[in-house]
Design a protein around this ligand. Structure first.
Ligand code: SAM
Ligand code: CA
Length: 255
């Protein structure tokens, strides 16, 4: 046995897949996906919004913020396709920023589709709003400024919204995701989908305890780890964790 036995034992629970690295093994491969399949198909308005967002003062000041805040083009393409596949009509978004995922959603919904969009910051939303208007989809959006949790509580209390949402995209304060989930599970319809964004949290979900992580990454990591465990244990949903963007976990309500 010796060293071999030990390493076999360590390997016992490890996956045997050989194809999993194909998506993320190099920057060049990611660039290839963007250039071959994403950018050529990206609607003009989404491209324009991406460019306006890249010039946002926060981004100019601290370049890496762009990657943290805005949804990537490939994830925008994925959301747009997913919404069409499930024929979504009534949706919610928590965490709008300048509106890239919101625009991807608005472009996917039918003309009488609705998005209830929440963010504590209206200024950033207004940066993207002229582009959303120009794309002819602003009428689908009901933007609410303020923290999402009290709004969700109000909706639950009203009782008119239970089981009404086809799709809900959560991309805001990670330390509240579990609190959102407690409410959203009642608001999404049975068969509907909740997408929790950034569930791989910069890859930090597998970082060793002494890894040098940025302060905010370290702070939110524990919440993301808790969320991932809670979603996997929740019998009311089926889940699918996708390595798109920073990781998105799709939860389909089944009861
Ligand atoms: N989905 C956006 C996109 O595609 O560009 C990115 C959203 S950004 C990662 C997170 C957003 O969540 C920020 O705009 C922030 O203002 C918002 N936010 C933070 N805490 C919030 C809260 N308690 N309620 C609602 N929005 C919140
Ligand atoms: Ca995100």
């Amino acid at each position: 046995m010796g060293g071999n036995g030990e390493s076999n034992e360590n390997q016992a629970g490890r996956h045997q897949e050989v194809g999993h690295k194909s998506l993320l093994q190099s920057d060049a491969l990611y660039q290839y996906i963007l250039e071959t399949s994403v950018y050529p198909k990206e609607p003009e308005a989404m491209k324009e919004l991406r460019e306006v967002t890249a010039k946002h003062p926060w981004h100019v000041l601290v370049l890496y913020i762009q990657n943290i805040m805005t949804t990537s083009a490939d994830e925008g393409q994925f959301l747009n396709m997913l919404l069409k596949l499930i024929n979504a009509k009534n949706t919610m978004e928590i965490g709008v920023y300048t509106g890239y995922s919101l625009l991807a959603t608005a472009l996917a919904l039918p003309d009488d589709g609705k998005i209830l969009a929440m963010d504590i910051n209206r200024e950033n939303y207004e940066l993207g709003l002229p582009i959303i208007r120009k794309a002819g989809v602003a009428h689908k959006i009901d933007f609410r400024e303020g923290p999402a949790l009290p709004l969700l509580d109000q909706m639950i209390q009203d009782g008119n919204h239970n089981g009404t949402f086809d799709f809900i995209f959560v991309d805001a304060d990670k330390d509240n995701y579990i609190n959102y989930h407690k409410r959203l599970i009642d608001l999404v319809k049975i068969g509907g989908v909740i997408g929790y964004d950034n569930t791989l949290w910069n890859g930090s979900v597998v970082a060793p305890p002494d890894a040098p992580l940025r302060k905010y990454v370290r702070y939110y990591r524990d919440f993301v780890l808790e969320l991932n465990k809670a979603l996997a244990a929740d019998p009311r949903i089926e889940i699918c964790q996708l390595p798109v963007g920073d990781g998105i976990t799709l939860c389909r309500r089944i009861t």
